[in-house]
Write a protein of this length. Structure first.
Length: 202
């Protein structure tokens, strides 16, 4: 899948879809975001970058390094996509999120937030979807705040293990599910589950 229109079509025609960033996964029940990659916009002087969700951390790191900049959060493997990081992270990542573009369970393309820090329209929604494990929507594009390498390093440490998700959080996610995926199209993939297990103390 290499275009928004193709991704929307798969969502509208799909059922029980899992999101993956693994290029070799072509199963029909998966939406493969790996080919939807690249930089949408990059403003080094404003410390802002907008990326397609299938862009790998390795690609992003190489681009930012040319300007002496870096991602200010823990990423782990360089082979992961920025979409996977968004789907499985917590507050330590959401602090860097400025905006997000998604395809909801109806196949609609929605934008929340913006590319620059002073544009806060929909800012909370772009943060609320962080860590949603691909169960609420298909994230297609993410705008992030970046930092000079020397400063970013202090934020790149692996965050502490999380404890089991509370009932309050589960209830809140259930309400978000009704808003973003009322037909129950998206379900969590094993890929996201494995990442969650590495970050959560169950």
């Amino acid at each position: 899948m290499s275009s928004i229109a193709e991704l929307q079509k798969q969502v509208r025609e799909g059922k029980d879809l899992r999101i993956t960033g693994q290029a070799d996964n072509t199963d029909k029940e998966f939406i493969n975001i790996s080919s939807y990659s690249g930089v949408v916009e990059y403003f080094p002087e404003e410390l802002v970058i907008t990326l397609k969700a299938g862009t790998t951390i390795q690609e992003i790191t190489n681009i930012l390094a040319a300007y002496g900049q870096a991602l200010p959060f823990f990423t782990g493997s360089l082979e992961k996509t920025i979409g996977a990081i968004y789907a499985t992270s917590g507050p330590e990542f959401s602090d860097s999120v400025l905006g997000v573009q998604i395809i909801n369970g109806k196949g609609e393309l929605l934008n929340f937030g913006g590319q620059v820090m002073k544009n806060v329209a929909g800012y909370d929604v772009s943060k609320l979807l962080v860590g949603s494990m691909g169960r609420l929507a298909l994230v297609t594009q993410i705008s992030l705040k970046i930092l000079p390498q020397r400063i970013a390093k202090q934020f790149q440490l692996k965050p502490p293990l999380k404890h089991k998700v509370s009932e309050i959080s589960l209830n809140f996610e259930s309400k978000l599910k009704k808003v973003f995926d009322p037909y129950g199209i998206f379900i969590r993939s094993e890929e996201h589950t494995s990442e969650l297990q590495s970050r959560t103390n169950l």
